[in-house]
Unconditional design. Structure first.
Length: 165
């Protein structure tokens, strides 16, 4: 429909993004010392999202609490993975796809946290400030996409197996 808001769809996308990134950290053995951590954070994300959207008035509005919570969670998990890689990775860290992706997560979601805090405290009153914030976000998004691309190039190739005829 023309003139309809896509905010609810965007909020569903944000929940899906948060859950998929959490699953990626599970694949990187983030929860190796705390086996129930994945389930607890998975449920916590859903609960925070639900409570953030439980009021009918907020169902079609951008709710910043969930976005702040999941961005902070991703930044902290990325820092933890990078710290672990610094001490355990043998080789050039700049060629580690996990290290590059975690750095991209840290850069992007730290800025997202700053933006959400600006909006929570009402610092988005002037149009020029909002435009400047989103211009910076555009450049940060470009930088993180470059890091993701470099990480893709650094993924090791699968070994070739000998085919028996």
């Amino acid at each position: 429909m023309r003139g309809s808001s896509t905010t609810f769809n965007n909020n569903l996308y944000i929940l899906a993004e948060a859950l998929l990134i959490l699953w990626q950290f599970k694949e990187w053995d983030f929860f190796q010392n705390f086996k129930n951590g994945f389930i607890i954070l998975f449920i916590a994300l859903i609960i925070v999202w639900f409570f953030d959207h439980s009021n009918k008035e907020h169902f079609s509005s951008i709710n910043l609490n969930f976005r702040l919570f999941y961005s902070l969670m991703i930044v902290l998990m990325s820092i933890h993975i990078n710290n672990r890689l610094i001490f355990t990775f043998s080789g050039n860290l700049l060629k580690s796809p996990v290290f590059l992706v975690c750095n991209a997560f840290t850069i992007y979601f730290t800025y997202k946290i700053l933006v959400e805090v600006f909006w929570i405290y009402g610092l988005n009153t002037t149009k020029s400030f909002r435009i400047d914030v989103y211009i910076i976000l555009t450049w940060i998004n470009a930088l993180t996409n470059i890091l993701y691309s470099i990480a893709m190039v650094c993924i090791p190739k699968k070994p070739r197996y000998i085919e028996l005829s």
